[in-house]
Design a protein around this ligand. Structure first.
Ligand SMILES: Cc1ncc(COP(=O)(O)O)c(C=O)c1O
Length: 423
């Protein structure tokens, strides 16, 4: 989509695809008089559950909330170590710290930016309680290997699937494999509710616990409390959180979910255009789709939700990330991004490595120094791949509201900037 700044067009990094059905459902919700967690949240949870093919889906107000709830429900607490990736949004590791646990990072693979599973074993100690993989950009992690490590060491798996609503690994939808999986409906995600998330699990007991914890730790939610069966008192079981999804969010989500296959189909087409355009440019290295080449049927219809639609592995194509080989160019990543933006294309960075952020480097103005050997023990040189990509990744626009000519425009701008900055 284009914004005109003077005579120049501008292609935003992201624009949500919201239509009249979403608007009507929000209005209907407002008119219904029930605007907090209620029938629409329930309906969205049921439909999402069907899409994933899992036993439980709990609507929450963000993916972060879902991740935090997972850790809390699994009793991750003071001193527990959770293995995760430094190439992620801070939320993944923040929630470990909220539980007074310690994030333990492992380096990433250069070609997918997913956790390098061959490096997990060496980071396991007596304190390790869980592994938190992030399916970066929607490329599923090697869940066979992660499940195998988790079984051997008796660890929980909590998937950060913020990018991975449509992802499939080994014939199973993501959301069906781990102890808990948390999805995001943030404004820039594959489908959106503005802010919002969904937590899935196949464990009945954990589902009930997480649901109770998501609404203060009390036993009955408001919808049921004020229902036709007479007033019911709540009981407090846990000092829980205010993480519940509410019906205005769900009103949007219900219609977004119906569009999910169509959206993915479009993004996939744009990914193919980008890949094709950049294949002969040595300074641009797009991320790879591993294990997806042999069999790549069209996106399965929603009616086949929960079933893999014939896919062994499916990429959700949330982001299109390129690694710029800045060593071959006259400019660093930030200068290149600036040049691209000046020429009318919005870009993003996913992600700068967490372990070099001020908090993890004991340089935060908001926090006293952390103990070495724990959360404060991170130094430059510890995760070479993460550090390399941290200074080189750029995310290009990828969303269904773009047109083919927008994609061509992005390609042209990126090519022009790179060509001009060659040594
Ligand atoms: C990898 C990852 N995890 C977690 C989150 C947090 O999602 P939310 O904003 O829904 O809490 C994001 C959001 O950008 C993300 O990219």
């Amino acid at each position: 989509m284009k914004k005109r700044t003077g005579n120049k067009k501008f292609i935003h990094f992201h624009r949500s695809s919201l239509y009249k059905e979403e608007r009507r459902e929000v209005i209907k919700t407002l008119k219904s008089g029930w605007i907090t967690t209620g029938p629409r949240t329930k309906r969205f949870e049921e439909e999402f559950k069907k899409y994933i093919g899992c036993r439980h889906a709990i609507g929450v107000n963000s993916c972060t909330a879902g991740l935090h709830l997972s850790l809390a429900a699994l009793n991750i607490s003071e001193g527990d170590e959770v293995i995760t990736t430094p190439i992620t949004f801070p939320a993944t590791a923040n929630v470990i710290i909220h539980q007074r646990g310690t994030p333990v990072f492992v380096d990433v693979e250069m070609d997918t930016l997913n956790m390098d599973v061959s490096k997990i074993d060496e980071r396991i100690t007596k304190k390790t309680k869980a592994i938190m993989p992030v399916h970066f950009a929607g490329h599923p992690c090697n869940m066979d290997k992660i499940t195998d490590i988790a079984k051997r060491h008796n660890l929980f798996i909590i998937e950060d699937a913020a990018h991975a609503i449509e992802s499939i690994y080994n014939g199973k939808k993501i959301g069906n494999i781990a102890d808990f999986t948390s999805f995001s409906f943030y404004a820039t995600k594959n489908i959106t509710t503005g802010e919002g998330g969904m937590l899935t699990t196949n464990n009945d007991e954990m589902a009930e616990k997480a649901r109770i914890m998501s609404l203060h730790g009390i036993s009955k939610d408001a919808w049921k409390r004020y229902g036709r069966d007479g007033y019911q008192h709540w009981e407090l079981f846990y000092p829980g959180f205010k993480y519940n999804m509410f019906d205005i969010q769900a009103a949007i989500g219900i219609h977004q979910l119906k569009r999910i296959d169509n959206f993915l189909e479009k993004r996939k087409r744009y990914v193919e255009m980008y890949n094709d355009a950049f294949k002969d440019i040595p300074e641009i290295v797009p991320l790879k789709s591993k294990g997806m080449d042999e069999f790549n049927p069209p996106v399965s219809p929603l009616s086949e939700g929960g079933i893999n639609g014939g896919y062994k592995i499916r990429h959700a194509h949330h982001l299109y990330v390129i690694i710029i080989r800045t060593e071959e160019l006259k400019a660093d990543r930030d200068k290149i991004m600036h040049e691209i933006q000046l020429r009318g294309v919005g870009v993003g960075v996913h992600f700068r490595t967490l372990h070099l952020q001020p908090y993890y480097q004991n340089k935060s103005p908001l926090h006293p120094p952390l103990p070495k050997g724990g959360t404060g023990g991170f130094e430059k040189g510890m995760f070479p791949v993460a550090e390399y990509v941290s200074d080189r990744v750029i995310s290009l626009p990828l969303y269904p509201k773009m047109t083919i000519s927008d994609v061509k425009y992005v390609i042209k701008v990126v090519n022009d900037v790179i060509t001009r900055l060659r040594k």
